[in-house]
Design a protein around this ligand. Structure first.
Ligand code: ADP
Length: 485
């Protein structure tokens, strides 16, 4: 009797013997219904007693609704006693617990009932979308056990698993106890009789995915390593150059100690001075970027007239730029504007942009610093007529240690920290920085800061601790230390 073939109702399966235990892996209610409805219909046509265990959870309710929509006469089969519905709580989780022995006994009773009432056997379909972490292990054990009960009796069972709640590795063991697995491939139903093959297939797919992901990570790590190595080489050079200048200048001073060559000696002292600034800038930048990275960097906000501040900074570099044959212009659409900012850091931002503008603009060029008050925010633009920056490098220059192709810019030294520090400082103010540029078309950096003010009490408190450094000249000496005329 057990080898008697039954029409499954599912085209791709055709006839199956009694004792078949099938699993369906599916994701949407429509996919569930594609199998559930013809499977039950055929069971009824075959004179089998049919049972449908539905889930009461959210997805279960959705399935139930969809079934009713596409299986309009379902109630007549229920009414005539050929189909019976149980909810998962009454079938599997009676009294709030899953007991393997109880559920197994229920199946046996139902199979007996089917035979005693003139049916050929029992056909069951169970939506298992209620299974969660709590029941997964015990359900796995139960599925293995039930398989042996099914295989020796006039019983056909189909378990429907939602692929969104069980991942393939967890479900692998579950699937092993089923003789057939149905899955959706695109819009087509596919049958897999060799479950091991399915598992291997899925595992291969997963490990391929992981392989590509790890390759990506490896490439990223390599790229970061490359940038770091380049940075170290760069930074060593940046440290050694001023040190060499200082060393040779002091040697010259020593040689000239007893000679009367004041002019020459003054020149050596100037070299030493400038290169000390250069070292100081590099070390300052390194310390600050490390602080920002580890979130130890604090800005001290206070209400400050940003227009006055920017104008002061711009004016203080006019002479410097003039030495290089570059004109500097300042423009504003607001006489004054008080916002909460850290004046020292704003000064650093603007000096950095100005020093780059001077560095990368040839003689006879111009630089404009424009302020425009846009009510909710204030825009500060530093524009130059310099060599410009290629489009494909514009994102990278804001990243740590990045410089545009060195071969083209060999005459300019630099660590590639400046703009990443500028960006971080602007962001610390709640602002952003953008760039418009092209090779040979000059560069335009725009810093946008939000127009917020501190309540007077907080403002006064911040001021007490603040030692605003008004010495622009000293700051310029530091920030402009790697520009040589
Ligand atoms: P560095 O300390 O090396 O100057 P930055 O982070 O300040 O580093 O700048 C990164 C790179 O961006 C520079 O090396 C230069 O190639 C490019 N750059 C920055 N500002 C300008 C500008 N105004 N004009 C042309 N190139 C610029």
């Amino acid at each position: 009797m057990n080898n008697e073939l039954r029409d499954s109702g599912i085209d791709i399966m055709g006839y199956i013997p009694w004792g078949t235990h099938i699993a369906q892996l599916c994701d949407s209610p429509i996919e569930y219904c594609k199998v559930l409805i013809p499977f039950i219909r055929q069971g009824i046509n075959n004179n089998e007693f049919c049972v449908w265990i539905y889930s009461e959870g959210k997805s279960g309710e959705e399935i139930k609704r969809t079934v009713h929509k596409h299986f309009k006469d379902i109630d007549s089969y229920i009414g005539s006693g050929r189909l019976k519905l149980f909810s998962h709580t009454e079938w599997y989780l009676k009294d709030n617990s899953f007991k393997e022995i109880r559920v197994t006994k229920q199946w046996k009773d139902l199979a007996r009932y089917a035979l005693d009432n003139g049916f050929d056997g029992l056909r069951a379909i169970a939506d298992t979308s209620w299974i969660n972490d709590r029941y997964r292990r015990s359900f796995l054990h139960y599925e293995q056990k039930i398989s042996s009960i099914i295989s020796g009796s006039p019983f056909i069972a189909m378990c429907q698993y939602s692929t969104s709640i069980v991942n393939i590795f967890e479900v692998a063991e579950l699937l092993k106890s089923h003789s057939h697995v149905l899955t959706m491939h695109g819009r087509k139903l596919k049958i897999i009789e060799n479950v091991d093959l399915l598992i291997k297939d899925k595992q291969l797919e997963e490990s391929k995915k992981r392989y590509w992901e790890s390759q990506k990570l490896l490439n990223e790590a390599r790229e970061y390593d490359r940038i770091k190595t380049e940075f170290l080489a760069n930074i060593s050079h940046e440290l050694r150059t001023p040190l060499n200048v200082i060393l040779s200048s002091t040697q010259m001073l020593k040689l000239n100690r007893d000679r009367a060559c004041q002019d020459k000696n003054n020149k050596y002292v100037d070299y030493i001075h400038q290169n000390c600034y250069r070292l100081l800038r590099l070390v300052n930048n390194l310390i600050d970027i490390t602080k920002i990275d580890s979130d130890f960097y604090e800005i001290r906000l206070q209400n400050y007239d940003i227009v006055k501040l920017i104008e002061g900074i711009t004016m203080s570099v006019v002479e410097y730029a003039k030495n290089k044959g570059i004109k500097v212009f300042f423009n504003t659409n607001a006489e004054e504007k008080t916002i909460a900012c850290d004046p020292d850091q704003v000064e650093r931002i603007i000096l950095n942009l100005l020093s780059n503008a001077i560095k990368f603009t040839p003689n006879d060029g111009s630089i404009w610093v424009d302020i425009s008050d846009c009510r909710n925010n204030i825009k500060i633009t530093v524009r130059d007529t310099g060599i410009g920056i290629p489009r494909d490098k514009q994102k990278a220059i804001f990243q740590r240690f990045q410089q545009v192709d060195k071969s083209l810019r060999k005459q300019h030294e630099g660590s590639g920290i400046g703009l990443s520090l500028v960006k971080a400082l602007v962001e610390k103010h709640g602002g952003k920085i953008s760039l418009k540029s092209g090779p040979g078309c000059g560069s335009e950096f725009t810093v946008t800061l939000p127009c917020r003010v501190l309540p007077e009490k907080v403002n006064l408190a911040n001021r007490q601790f603040k030692n605003i450094m008004h010495n622009h000249v000293e700051r310029i000496n530091i920030e402009f230390s790697d520009i040589y005329f």
